[in-house]
Structures are given as C-alpha cells and as structure tokens.
Design a protein around this ligand. Structure first.
Ligand SMILES: [Zn+2]
Length: 233
C-alpha cells in the first residue's frame, strides 16, 4: 500500500473533521450570543426607567394641583360665606385666591406637558416591546436552525469517524506517528498535495529527485521547505 496515498486519505477525513469541529464551536458561540435580544431589552429597560420617573413627576404635580384646588375651594368658601367681613381681610383673601388661580394655571400647563411626555414614552415603550418580541422570535428561529445544523454535523462526524477507523487500518505505525506529530506541529495539515511540481502547502518547488520520489509508491517524501508529507496523487 502506498503510504502517502493512505495518509492523504486520512488527511482528507481529518481536515473535514476539523472543519466540522470548528463549525460546532462556532454554533455553540452563536447559540449563546443573545446580543440581538439583549440590545432591545436594554433599550426597553432604559425607557421603562425614564417612564417611571416622568410618571412619578406627573403624580406629584397632580397631588400638588389637588392640594391647591382644595385651598382655593376653602378660600372661595370663606369669601362668599360671609364670615369674613373686614375689608383688609377680604382683600387678603382675594389676593390669595388670585395667586392660587395663577399657580393652578401654571401647574395645569406643566401637568399637561408632562402627560404628553408620559404618553410619548408609553408609545415608544410599546414599540420597543413589539421589537423585543420580534428579536426573540428571530433568535429562537436562528437557534433552532443552528441546532438542526449541529445534529446533521454530528451524524456526518460519526460517518467520518467510521471512515477514519477503516483508513487507519492501512497505515503502518511509523507513518502514523509521523502523521500525528505533523498534524500537531503544522496546524492540522500533515499531508500536502503536490501540484505543478510544488508543495501546495508552502509553495516550494520540488527538486526533480523529490518529484520522482514523491510519485514512487514505496516511501514517504518530506517537503524540504515546510516538512510536510508530500502526496503527488
Ligand atoms: Zn511544503
């Protein structure tokens, strides 16, 4: 059996397995990456905080307004009730009433503006809530797709591992050892194809003698430049 050919088969299987493993790592990362949803949730939290604060201001304005309304009623009661008779006191009361009406009118304006603000924020929040539901649904669909992809990769991996077990039977232990150590030191690529009389991994041109040897089925030829096992096909 041609050892370079057997190792090139093994390399093909291992490269495919490496790609599958990489993609599976990527899938794990993508499934955990909820940034799409988190970004919208973050905006929703922000607007909810803002809304609560403005709604609090509105409540205070309403309280103050009703206190002033109550005071106004009391003053008007006193004015028209006939109990206050002294002109000086009547004048004071009238002044108080005028001042209260002015304050109430200013408060009404402020209250109105704040109410509009609350309504705007409520509208915005409702929009973001819709956005959040959409983002959650997009994410769920994406996760389902990724999980589906992962299980088909898992099946492919099982098949490749069976193939690998068969391929490894035909490799002698010395060649296999060389292959394994090159896989570790050469970032997964132990066997390089020879194309146009050059090593396809590093691009170095083979000497005529190496080129001859690489095509011989008997022994392993190593690229003098990158150290990988050459397979001439
Ligand atoms: Zn090379």
């Amino acid at each position: 059996m041609n050892p370079a050919f057997q190792l090139s088969r093994l390399q093909k299987i291992d490269t495919e397995l490496d790609h599958i493993n990489q993609r599976q790592q990527e899938i794990i990362r993508l499934i955990q990456d909820e940034s799409l949803v988190e970004e919208v949730q973050h905006r929703l939290d922000g607007i909810t905080t803002e809304l609560n604060s403005v709604a609090g201001i509105l409540r205070k304005l309403e309280e103050k307004n009703s206190q002033l309304q109550l005071k106004l009623q009391e003053d008007e009661h006193a004015l028209y009730g006939g109990k206050v008779r002294l002109p000086r006191e009547l004048q004071d009361l009238q002044n108080d009433i005028a001042s209260l009406k002015k304050q109430i009118s200013a408060l009404d304006d402020e209250q109105f503006k704040t109410m509009i603000q609350v309504e705007d924020l409520e509208k915005k929040r409702a929009e973001i809530e819709v956005e959040l539901t959409k983002a959650q649904s997009v994410f769920a669909t994406r996760v389902a797709g990724l999980k589906g992809e992962n299980s088909s990769l898992e099946k492919k991996k099982e098949n490749l591992q069976t193939e690998r077990l068969a391929a490894i039977q035909n490799v002698d232990s010395i060649s296999l050892e060389k292959y394994d150590s090159l896989r570790k030191s050469k970032r997964g690529l132990a066997v390089a194809l020879v194309t146009d009389q050059a090593c396809s991994a590093c691009g170095a041109t083979l000497t005529p003698a190496d080129w001859q040897a690489a095509r011989s089925p008997q022994r392993l030829v190593i690229c003098t430049s990158c150290g990988r096992i050459l397979y001439a096909g």
